[in-house]
Design a protein around this ligand. Structure first.
Ligand code: COA
Length: 162
């Protein structure tokens, strides 16, 4: 598996992920069309201008990307934090790709000594994402309320320390 920096040609991947009701089930539902280009632009900007790490997941050499994984700047209780998240296209879910991508990304964090603390906020009912946090060595801090695309929902707050 290879992680490639998210780039200008990856709009179609964001469209495929964020317009899919299954992918967005625990993230407040599909992103409205007019907002997808904005999310794409925000990701490019975070990579190019803010030192954030947003990647596409390439399972095998020369294959198409099957999802995204990233660490971006966010805010929690008035403080700047780094948050990690992942998305896999429905046809490729349940095959260990997000777990493997998460492992690779955290290895890169250690190697390059970046992002000393990383937060994650999966919805409480998002069994796969909570399992990934646990497997990657995040510590569960507690239950919080987070609004993704829609109204606030019960979520778990996890932190990983380099
Ligand atoms: C969350 C997501 C990225 C997981 O990707 P994936 O490649 O399918 O995950 P993996 O195959 O690596 O599985 C991770 C763990 O979750 C478990 N899992 C996978 N799908 C599951 C499901 N539907 N229900 C319960 N557990 C599930 C796996 O068994 C595995 O745990 P294990 O290693 O203890 O067996 C994917 O489901 C997704 O894109 N969901 C929509 C977007 C999303 O919610 N992103 C998270 C935002 S925080």
């Amino acid at each position: 598996m290879e992680l490639q920096f998210y780039g200008p040609n990856d709009l179609h991947l964001t469209e495929a992920l964020e317009s899919d009701p299954n992918v967005m089930r625990d993230l407040g539902g599909p992103t409205p069309n007019e907002k997808i280009a904005k999310h794409h632009a925000r990701r490019l900007d975070s990579v190019l201008n803010h030192g954030c790490w947003y990647f596409t997941i390439i399972p095998e050499p020369n294959s198409e990307a099957i999802g995204t994984i990233g660490i971006w700047e966010s805010e929690w209780e008035g403080a700047k934090i780094h948050e990690m998240g992942w998305m896999i296209l429905p046809d490729f879910q349940g095959r260990g790709f997000a777990s493997k991508a998460g492992k690779l990304l955290l290895e890169k964090v250690r190697t390059e000594q970046k992002f000393s603390n990383i937060h994650a906020f999966p919805a409480a009912q998002n069994a796969a994402s909570n399992a990934i946090c646990n497997k990657l060595g995040f510590t569960l801090i507690g239950e919080v309320s987070i609004a993704y695309n829609g109204p606030p929902q019960k979520s778990n707050h996890w932190i990983w320390n380099r």
